[in-house]
Design a protein around this ligand. Structure first.
Ligand SMILES: Nc1nc2c(ncn2[C@@H]2O[C@H](COP(=O)(O)OP(=O)(O)OP(=O)(O)O)[C@@H](O)[C@H]2O)c(=O)[nH]1
Ligand SMILES: [Mg+2]
Length: 464
């Protein structure tokens, strides 16, 4: 099915692949330089209509730079001094003729250039439209297209480098190899089918080892999802505890900055505060929350409600107990949390007390930093608890969509093996093999539906 159906649908919607499209590839705002991408057949000649060095541009080779001035279409007044990077013969990012305009980075200047491009008959690109074109022209498969977005949104160096491996096509190559294994098994089954229609499969002739090998490789890949998700998407860490327990002090210590207000007044933090940090390559969204207590203040009650909502979504909770508080009021308030497997209990203010820390808790002086190293190690080990990187496996998946397709392929192969062990007719087994190939094909975009493609590409940023 594939491309034709997809194209038909896409062309009815926003992505008309014949138009010349443009978009800003750098952020909006004031900067020394900005880059505007232009793509589509004929875009070089079209730009030449309003460029001071149109002859140099028309004669330029692919992958060269042409310096000149972009002119107003009707008045021919200068709009901006630019450098054009020229990509001919389908050698641009999109797999078609393209130009990247490096211009000055003021909003007003960029808007003027957009005006010129529109007057030349070009249109602004929809989100993900450049990468969509690259996919449609076979310059990349769907795993690489997704890697583009994963790279753009990477929050840590490790997340970035894992996505880079996928962009280089490592995942695509591995999926192709697995597909070849399934195809090989299928061809063996089909030969037997030709010779022995309606006959029962002889177990000894069934390519068990090949199917098991393919299944094993899928399993290994699936086991990397937790790593990809952790280093790509990151984790939500919520600080909770009674008022005055030292949550904001620990929050600032984790961030290494005075971000949240610390004071001896109970109920200082009234609404949650969110900040980002990176812990050994893991992107962390860290939340300081309103301390729990029975409050009659409407604003504080709302803050406490929000704390509860955050706690539900947390990957890791640091529950702070004030080591100097003898009545341990917070234990009643957080009764269920104490046994929650996501929870690390922190016994704070050790510098003020000689009381024995609660069993299983981590003693800390958030003010002085004593005990912080051990707490940090515990946080890391909890966050990584599911993660075991298979030996020699550099390839990691991060996308939930890819994981779903791998599970589908794996389940189909499990069924294949069960059926083959049960002496089921070969034609029924072949159907399940087809199902696993279909899942692998969807993963790389070979047989992806228009709906899936729209969902993926519309989640991209404009300019990519
Ligand atoms: N001596 C000592 N004081 C601490 C420690 N941690 C926090 N404090 C003090 O305890 C008081 C409360 O600290 P915060 O960090 O504001 O407490 P909180 O849990 O955010 O309080 P609320 O925002 O009111 O819920 C401040 O005066 C801090 O300086 C510690 O480890 N040792
Ligand atoms: Mg606070």
């Amino acid at each position: 099915m594939g491309c034709f159906r997809i194209l038909e649908r896409m062309m009815k919607n926003t992505y008309d692949t014949k138009d010349i499209i443009f978009a800003l590839a750098t952020p909006w705002g004031s900067s020394a330089l900005a880059v505007i991408r232009v793509s589509g057949e004929g875009c070089i000649a079209t730009l030449g209509q309003t460029f001071s060095r149109s002859e140099a541009l028309s004669k330029s080779a692919s992958h060269t730079l042409v310096h000149g001035v972009l002119l107003d279409v009707s008045t021919k007044q200068p709009i901006d001094e630019v450098v054009l990077a020229v990509f001919r013969d389908g050698r641009g990012y999109t797999g078609e003729e393209s130009v990247e305009i490096t211009c000055h980075g003021s909003r007003a200047g960029i808007e003027s250039i957009f005006g010129v491009l529109k007057e030349l008959g070009m249109r602004s690109a929809a989100p993900g439209e450049f990468t969509f074109r690259a996919f449609m022209r076979g310059r990349m498969d769907l795993t690489q297209a997704e890697a583009v977005m994963e790279i753009v949104s990477a929050q840590s160096q490790l997340g970035h480098s894992l996505a880079l491996g996928r962009l280089e096509g490592n995942l695509f190559s591995l999926i192709e190899e697995i597909k070849q294994q399934v195809l090989e098994a299928m061809s063996i089954v089909e030969v037997q089918l030709d010779y022995a229609e309606d006959e029962i499969v002889e177990n000894t002739n069934f390519p068990f080892a090949i199917v098991e090998g393919a299944q094993q490789r899928i399993e290994t890949l699936l086991s990397t999802y937790a790593i990809g998700k952790l280093y790509g998407e990151g984790a939500k860490v919520v600080l909770a505890g009674a008022t005055n327990a030292g949550k904001s002090t620990l929050f600032n210590l984790l961030l290494k900055e005075d971000r949240s207000i610390v004071s001896e007044v109970h109920g200082t933090t009234r609404d949650f505060i969110e900040s980002k940090t990176v812990l050994e390559g893991i992107p962390i969204r860290l939340y300081d929350t309103a301390g729990l207590r029975d409050s009659f203040d409407a604003v504080e009650q709302e803050g406490i409600r929000r704390t509860h909502r955050l706690l539900e979504e947390a990957d890791l909770i640091l529950l702070l107990l004030d080591g100097t508080e003898h009545d341990d009021q917070s234990i009643d308030l957080y009764g269920e949390l104490i046994t929650d497997p996501r929870c690390i209990i922190v016994w704070n203010k050790t510098d003020l007390t000689t009381r024995k820390p609660r069993t299983g808790s981590f003693p800390l002086s958030a003010k002085r930093g004593e005990g912080f190293k051990a707490l940090r190690e515990e946080m890391l080990s909890r966050l990584r608890h599911e993660i075991q990187r298979p030996d020699g496996q550099d390839l990691v998946i991060e996308s939930a969509r890819q994981r779903t397709e791998l599970i589908r392929a794996h389940e189909a192969l499990t069924k294949v093996l069960e059926l083959a062990h049960g002496d089921i007719p070969l034609d029924i087994i072949a159907v399940e093999m087809g199902e696993s190939l279909d899942a692998l094909g969807s993963l790389t975009g070979e047989v992806a539906s228009a709906d899936i493609l729209e969902k993926i590409f519309s989640g991209f940023c404009v300019g990519k």
